[in-house]
Design a protein around this ligand. Structure first.
Ligand code: 4NP
Length: 153
């Protein structure tokens, strides 16, 4: 059975759809299932933000088919590993956990990366540059995660 990885941000339209598409592109889909969700419910059913779709397309990824959904407590039962973009996502996700085992599934995505920044900044109210920066940060983290998940050096 495939390992289930969930990417979480606030809106599920900017950062976590990119994280879903990027990690998915780096793993074998028979081994790893990737999904994303948001802690807020502002955009349920919507496609990713056009700026995320555009930056993904620039790097050869199509994320336009994704649809926004809200994180639920069921996700903490279902998924094996949950990566959140920032501290606020972390707190909102942990709040849905029933026990220690579920809390231990939740990690800041950038904890995987040996850099100072531990949060993927929310690019929603900024310009295109913010999306480029977010893409690069998520890509570095997903490269490390994908290698680890697939036991590659
Ligand atoms: P995301 O960005 O959490 O990366 O999807 C946001 C998208 C929408 C909102 C906030 C953040 N919003 O407030 O609608």
């Amino acid at each position: 059975m495939a390992l289930k990885v969930l990417m979480v941000c606030l809106g599920n339209i900017c950062r976590s759809p990119l994280a879903e598409g990027i990690l998915e592109s780096k793993v074998d889909p028979t081994e790893v299932f990737v999904d994303s969700a948001g802690t807020g419910g502002y955009h349920i059913g919507e496609r990713p933000d056009i700026r995320s779709i555009e930056v993904a397309a620039k790097y050869g990824l199509d994320i336009g088919h994704q649809k926004c959904r809200k994180l639920t407590s069921l996700d903490l039962d279902t998924f094996d590993q949950i990566y959140v973009m920032d501290q606020s996502n972390y707190e909102n996700t942990i709040a849905l956990a029933k026990n220690k085992q579920q809390r231990e599934k939740v990690h800041l995505l950038l904890n995987e990366v040996p850099i100072e920044t531990k949060e993927v900044p929310d690019p929603y109210y900024g310009g295109k540059d913010g999306f480029e920066n977010v893409y690069r940060l998520i890509d570095i983290a997903c490269e490390i995660i994908a290698k680890r998940l697939q036991n590659k050096p």
